[in-house]
Design a protein around this ligand. Structure first.
Ligand code: SAM
Length: 464
């Protein structure tokens, strides 16, 4: 494969030849890291293509899942806008190498998502239909069907991600989910929802509610993933340890000090420079130094809080007093969530609608769904089941990836990204039908994708 890439690269006469690129197969992670570090700086060129193909070849041989397939498709689409080569390459690779090669499935997605040419979508549909005839495993077929649904907007997957598809994607992602999403792509949804729910509690005097005071609330986490929501919302179901309380107080105090110093510097900046004497300047410099120290201290506290995020004895929270239940369709995500010990029992490997439907009526104070509705599409059954499971006044907190109100008459759509977007109008209508009042609707950046924020909305709804 690498050989053919190099010959494709060198036949393109308008592109510069780069004799210095390492054209040998990559054999170890260090070389991979060094080569990857160069890719971002490469222009769209034959050399860039050769390097990306080397990384692709290495990663697929090692079963590594990354977005190099998408980058490769982008580059191929740039070099050959009608993109037939990329589609054929992806199909051939899946058939002849490994049909569950995640990177290659990303390459397939990239083939049409990155091309402006209408013909590419039709050609991809033909290629996927041919592939579907030949694939042998359920997981590869599920990926194939999902991609076909994106392109045709037909079939069950146009309304909801099939269980097999979601399992396949998230079982692959589970080991790297947090490092990739939180550390690299700035995913913050669980923290944002926690803040919004807390705000609702504060504004409505719900902090005095006996269940909140005694930490005996009942919470459901739909699509719990690796357990980030369970950890974020643990202050609703557990007492903080003294250590946690001290760290938090320190954090708050230092942040306040930073804000004060910053506003005093801002005031100093407004003073006429002719009136500044040396004492004034010294004070300004000193403030800047203190701010720097405070910021360092804040990051130390943050690191400490993260390092000691553990639950139960030895962590910074006491044992669980309320109920924190979780479910997820991906077995490997469930295993990660269980490791956090944030949940009161083993998380359920189950579809979130089924899970909600078998809970007793009026039994939960809070249902959270962080970045899960992007795999559900049609939310009507979910809202109905959530309303049933919640007590009156109970909260449904969730995020969506937002689409324009007029983009899709049914209110949700399977997007080129393979995720579902919902419109604000759809959520309003569904909330009304299902007996919820919308308390908060806030624009948020869900995370980054190729350095651009994915726009979403966070909601807090209350059962009427
Ligand atoms: C983007 S992750 C978010 C995980 C977690 N809520 C968080 O904020 O870190 C989406 C999760 O939803 C799960 N999921 C998707 N569809 C589901 C369904 N129908 N039922 C249960 N879980 C589902 C996936 O397996 C995945 O773990």
């Amino acid at each position: 494969m690498v050989q053919s890439a190099i010959s494709l690269a060198s036949t393109s006469s308008s592109l510069p030849k780069s004799p210095n690129h390492p054209l040998l197969p990559i054999k170890d992670p260090q070389t991979l890291a060094a080569v990857k570090a160069q890719v971002d700086n490469l222009p769209f060129s034959a050399g860039g293509l050769a390097v990306l193909l080397l990384i692709f070849d290495y990663e697929t041989s090692q079963g590594i899942c990354s977005n190099v397939g998408c980058n490769l498709a982008g580059l191929l689409a740039h070099m050959q806008p009608e993109n037939e080569g990329a589609v054929a390459f992806a199909k051939q690779h899946l058939l002849t190498k490994e049909e569950n090669d995640t990177t290659c499935w990303y390459l397939f997605t990239g083939c049409f998502a990155k091309s402006e040419h209408e013909g590419v979508r039709a050609a991809t549909v033909v290629a996927l239909r041919e592939l579907a005839e030949k694939l042998k495993t359920q997981s590869a077929l599920a990926r194939c069907e999902h991609l076909l649904a994106i392109l045709t907007q037909e079939g069950a997957s146009a309304s909801r991600g099939s269980h097999e598809y979601v399992k396949t994607v998230f079982d692959d992602l589970a080991p790297v989910f947090e490092s990739r999403l939180v550390d690299t792509l700035g995913y913050r949804v669980p923290w944002i929802l926690h803040e919004l729910v807390l705000e609702h509690f504060k504004v409505n005097d719900l902090m005095l509610m006996p269940e909140y005071v005694n930490k005996t609330m009942s919470i459901l986490d739909l699509g719990c993933g690796t357990g980030l929501v369970g950890k974020c919302f643990s202050d609703f179901v557990r007492e903080k340890s003294t250590e946690r309380s001290i760290l938090e107080a320190d954090y708050k105090e230092t942040k306040t000090q930073i804000t004060k110093l910053q506003s005093s510097i801002a005031e100093m900046n407004n003073v006429d420079p002719d009136l500044l004497d040396s004492d004034f300047n010294d004070a300004r410099k000193e403030n800047l130094i203190v701010i720097e120290k405070c910021e360092e201290y804040v990051s130390v506290i943050e690191r400490k809080m993260k390092a000691k995020e553990g639950m139960g004895s030895g962590g910074i929270y006491g044992p669980i007093k309320g109920r924190m239940l979780g479910c997820d369709i991906s077995p490997k995500m469930c295993t990660e969530a269980d490791k956090t010990q944030a949940y009161s029992s083993k998380v359920s490997e189950e579809d979130c609608d089924n899970f909600l439907q078998r809970q007793p009526e009026n039994s939960f104070h809070l249902v959270v769904s962080a970045d899960t509705y992007i795999y559900l599409g049609d939310l009507s059954a979910n809202f109905e089941a959530a309303r049933r499971a919640l007590v009156v006044g109970g909260v449904l907190a969730f995020s969506i990836e937002v689409i324009e109100d007029n983009l899709e008459p049914k209110g949700f759509r399977l997007l080129d990204s393979g995720r579902y977007g919902q419109s604000s109008k759809y959520i309003k209508t569904l909330a009304g039908i299902s007996g919820f009042q919308i308390i908060t609707e806030q624009d948020i950046a869900i995370r980054k994708e190729q350095a651009v924020d994915i726009q979403g909305k966070a909601y807090v709804l209350v059962k009427k």
